[in-house]
Design a protein around this ligand. Structure first.
Ligand code: NDP
Ligand code: OXD
Length: 313
């Protein structure tokens, strides 16, 4: 049985080389040129796979996503949902996100955008930022990536809240769960970090109504998905002065179109979907281990990151 790499986006040949080097015993074929007989394929490793291909693989044991988000796979209307889909859970992805979020939280906490603007105007204005213990940070989505970030920010001294679908317990973090707690959670988030997945329930979850719960002058860091934010509502809140600023890494349309207002908005920092890259060196080993364990008969319930299609993530 073989493994098929369907990677239309990221360093396809580097991924193939890494897997072949680390696991010469695995028979890896690269879509499309090496696909061969599709009935041989037991595992599909995917990053933005071509729509409709996965349903043509009748003997799949699992689909392995190179990304933590799985919307690049579930957008296929013919995705075979009876086949387990495993999203990426990897140390380097978690560390990259921890670095990104910590850096941008500090940037807003220390009011760096304000001082950058003052410098452009050659203006000396001493507005001393609060201490970390006076700063309230909210992490929306305290899953694989969000929970250790919330814990780390709490260890650094911030007042941290987290919000998720099911009740969580994270040391040092006030944990909220469910839609009814969202207004209270948002009201405690001077810096709000979005680390939710793209699902039917999270679409435009930050909109005019929910943004209004944030403290005046709050900053938003979106490292989850662009679908989480109602874009016109965000711009309106920034322009009205209700929000202090936003760092946006993910967008409804990527690459962000040249004429999109986010590029030139004075209160928005754009990063081009780089918050946390799946690093080939470590993540290829995660996939190889998962394939080996599945082939050795480990039950799917033993694996981290198995997608619940009903929940959408
Ligand atoms: P997880 O599935 O581990 O965590 C998702 C979190 O969101 C969980 O806490 C979950 O709650 C919560 N959640 C989901 N739906 C809802 C809802 N309707 N209401 C409240 N809470 C909800 O995912 P990861 O932490 O691994 O990744 C999160 C996302 O980060 C990915 O889906 C992807 O979109 C994004 N990402 C972005 C990257 C980038 O470079 N910008 C890189 C990697 C990931 P519960 O705990 O109860 O299940
Ligand atoms: C991911 C991403 O989901 O890079 O892993 O966005």
């Amino acid at each position: 049985m073989a493994v098929l790499l369907l990677n239309s986006l990221h360093h396809r040949d580097d991924w193939a080389a890494a897997i072949r080097n680390a696991a010469p015993d695995i028979s890896l074929r690269v879509w499309p040129e090496e696909a061969g007989d599709l009935t041989d394929i037991r595992h599909a490793i995917v990053c933005h796979p071509e729509i409709g291909v996965l349903k043509r693989l009748p003997n799949l044991a699992a689909i392995h996503s190179l990304w933590a988000g799985i919307d690049h796979v579930t957008k296929d209307p013919d995705l075979p949902k009876s086949v387990p889909l495993i999203r990426m859970v990897d140390h380097s992805l978690s560390q990259g996100m921890l670095d990104y979020v910590t850096g941008h939280v500090y940037r807003w906490h220390l009011q760096m955008p304000k001082f950058e603007a003052l410098q452009k105007r050659i203006e000396w204005r001493q507005e001393v930022p609060p201490l970390v213990e006076e700063r309230r940070v909210g992490i929306m989505g305290i899953g694989t990536l969000g929970a250790p970030i919330a814990q780390q920010l709490a260890t650094l001294g911030f007042q941290v809240s987290g919000w998720s679908r099911s009740q969580k317990s994270v040391p040092g973090v006030t944990c909220y769960a469910g839609d009814e707690t969202l207004p209270t959670f948002l009201a405690a988030s001077e810096i709000l970090v979005l680390l939710l997945p793209n699902t039917a329930d999270t679409a435009d979850i930050l909109n005019a109504e929910t943004l209004a719960h944030l403290p005046e002058g709050a900053a938003i860091i979106n490292a989850g998905r662009g679908t989480l934010i109602d874009e016109p509502a965000l711009i309106a809140a920034l322009d009205a002065g209700a929000l202090g600023g936003a760092t946006l890494d993910v967008f409804k349309t990527e690459p962000l179109p040249e004429d999109h207002p986010f590029w030139r908005h004075p209160k928005i920092t754009v990063t081009p979907h780089v918050a946390a890259e799946t690093r080939i060196s470590s993540a290829s080993q995660v996939i190889i281990d998962n394939i080996r364990r599945l082939d050795a008969g480990a039950p799917i319930s033993d694996f981290e990151g198995v997608v619940d299609h009903a929940a959408g993530y």
